[in-house]
Ligand binder design. Sequence first.
Ligand code: SF4
Ligand code: MG
Length: 332
Amino acid sequence: VDGLVKHFPIRGGVLQRQVATVRAVDGVSFRIGRGETLALVGESGCGKSTVGKTIMRFHQPTAGTVRFDGRDLAAMKPRELRAVRRDIQFVFQDPFASLPARMPVGDILAEPLEIHGVGDRRSRRARVVELLELVGLGADAVNRYPHEFSGGQRQRVGIARALALEPRLLILDEPVSALDVSIQAQVVNLLARLQRQLGVAYLFIAHDLAVVQHLAHRVAVMYLGHIVEYGDADTVFTRPAHPYTQALLSAVPVPDPRLRDLDRRILLTGDLPSPADPPAGCPFHTRCWKAEERCRAERPALEVRTPGGADSACHFAAEAELTSGPAGRTAS
Ligand code: SF4
Ligand code: MG
């Protein structure tokens, strides 16, 4: 994904003229390797779902390119695009809303196979049972309806459906956010096992770092349409360079003793600014406890700022250490 931009027009008045632009995604770049998990993390409204949906072509990008296997999706002929649609599948946040209520699970799982003309009726049935077993559901689920399942089981069905065509990339849009905390770990563990077993890559979209800490190989932290930190999961979790990442991470119970010793929670004050009217300079400056004059005027580029560190979009990331939480805003 290279320089991806997605702006939405806001129209108003009797003539429905464009009165503003929501800059949902404002120049986002990253790559995901085979069989690898990139976690895309940020609070709600930061544009992370829009990134996933634009890769899926649910939205047309305003600018930028998305390549799969080196090939530009926008330049593909319909036939090539259909093949890529098999390779990239989407798992929705809400397993209650995303499964058709009136279809038995067997039909829900067979549907993508039918649409893509895979196998005959009998082999599709066999594949459906295989998929159910893959996600830890029994073959008897075939004749049951979504409402007969718990939230966690429904999300397993959603994952099975997404895996039906043996995709190479799953875009998971907050796949456990709608589930009870006790169930979340089970689904995350399932996803980890499926990745080991199938070698499928994940773009795992989440609003907090805790959910992805055992799954992510790399992490991209998003704020107001921009990636503000991007690097190996180990680096981001142990040496977060951007103040926003530090704030997100301070909410995560981490086993790392260096972080535990800090024993502090960085509480962000103020609201997320509107993506229709983003602040000048660093997009985080209205909530950043380290902001200086320069931050209001000049947007920091996303680049490596400490030896061996993650890419960070903060003018002062080189000076940022874990010990530099916001004075007066910490609680132990
Ligand atoms: Fe904070 Fe300035 Fe860094 Fe932005 S550039 S994160 S406002 S210190
Ligand atoms: Mg979302």
